[in-house]
Design a binder for this molecule. Structure first.
Ligand SMILES: C[S@@+](CC[C@H](N)C(=O)[O-])C[C@H]1O[C@@H](n2cnc3c(N)ncnc32)[C@H](O)[C@@H]1O
Length: 290
């Protein structure tokens, strides 16, 4: 470990133990669903076991990456809201089937469904994650009023895909983001699996990490959701474009946070056209869905 990493590790071990956020990162992994839920929800209120922990937690919560990830969530909600609303308006009788892969708590979907009101009854959502407990908890908190199913699945395993179960919108947020530079094959593999379960005209909406303030440091300090040291990297738009081309996806449009760290890409096989795409992508039109 570098000298810088050792110093940060020491500080984390002293102050971090009493910061709730750092405790979650150390227990579940920096890219875990539990971590995402904490950083989406806790701002601006840090939680610490004592004044030192409170101070450490406020520093942790204000880490610039978290700000970008909160914006990524907003962007995802914005995109989902307009796409689902547009489809329901065009074909009001038709059910929309949504699949959220590596879904975590997937609170963003409930935010969108709440916003859609009665129309949400036409939406079927399936969430797949290696750890589904968190999602069920949220669904219970929403009084199970939506048509949601949870499946424990490894999204990298072909045998976990039922090819007869196909979808109109497939989401993958926060998964490609934490893959290492040597793991582009996992992105390509996932894209190849996803395209097998897309209905005609379906959309694949995913995020990736284009920039990070300090991957070297976080990789030294934290483990991933499997308990092994993080090895995340950054990917250029060109890298992603190449993988999309290899797997037959077109980039229909994308939105990113103000620091350009986490683009959310709307893609489709072949030449799917969304006639309301300009509205979705208009930044000044962006709704802050709460
Ligand atoms: C960074 S979180 C993203 C959660 C959510 N999609 C979001 O954007 O807030 C990554 C999630 O991927 C899940 N995950 C990681 N590897 C997975 C795999 N191979 N199959 C299914 N889920 C996986 C983790 O359990 C975790 O919930």
């Amino acid at each position: 470990m570098s000298l810088r990493g050792s110093i940060y590790k020491l500080i984390m071990n002293i102050a971090g133990k009493s910061s709730h956020g750092i405790e979650i990162a150390q227990t579940y992994g920096l890219n875990s669903a539990e971590m995402m839920e904490y950083i989406y929800r806790r701002v601006p209120t840090p939680v610490g076991k004592n004044i030192l922990g409170y101070w450490a937690d406020s520093i942790f919560l204000n880490f610039p990456t978290w700000k970008s990830l909160r914006q990524r969530k907003q962007n995802l909600q914005h995109i989902l809201y307009y796409i689902i609303k547009g489809r329901l308006e065009r074909e009001p009788e038709k059910e929309i089937k949504i699949l959220d892969l590596a879904s975590g708590y997937s609170q963003y979907i409930f935010t969108v469904l709440n916003k859609l009101g009665d129309k949400a009854s036409k939406v079927y959502v399936e969430m797949r994650d290696k750890n589904i407990v968190c999602g069920e908890h949220i669904n219970n908190a929403n009084k199970n009023k939506y048509n949601v199913k949870y499946v424990k699945a490894d999204i990298l395993k072909e045998e976990d895909y039922d090819l007869s179960n196909t979808f109109d919108i497939i989401i993958l947020a926060g998964f490609f983001d934490s893959l290492g530079m040597g793991e582009a094959n996992k992105i390509e593999h996932t894209m190849n699996l996803v395209k097998k379960i897309m209905n005609i005209g379906a959309l694949f909406i995913f995020s990736y990490q284009a920039l990070h303030v300090d991957t070297a440091l976080v990789n030294e300090l934290f483990n991933d959701t499997y308990g092994v040291p993080l090895s995340m990297g950054e990917r250029t738009g060109i890298d992603i474009k190449f993988l999309m081309k290899e797997t037959g996806f077109n980039n229909i449009g994308q939105i990113q946070d103000s620091d350009g760290c986490y683009p959310v890409v709307i893609s489709a096989q072949t030449d799917t056209v969304i006639d309301y795409i300009d509205k979705i992508l208009a930044m000044d039109n962006k709704q802050q869905l709460k």
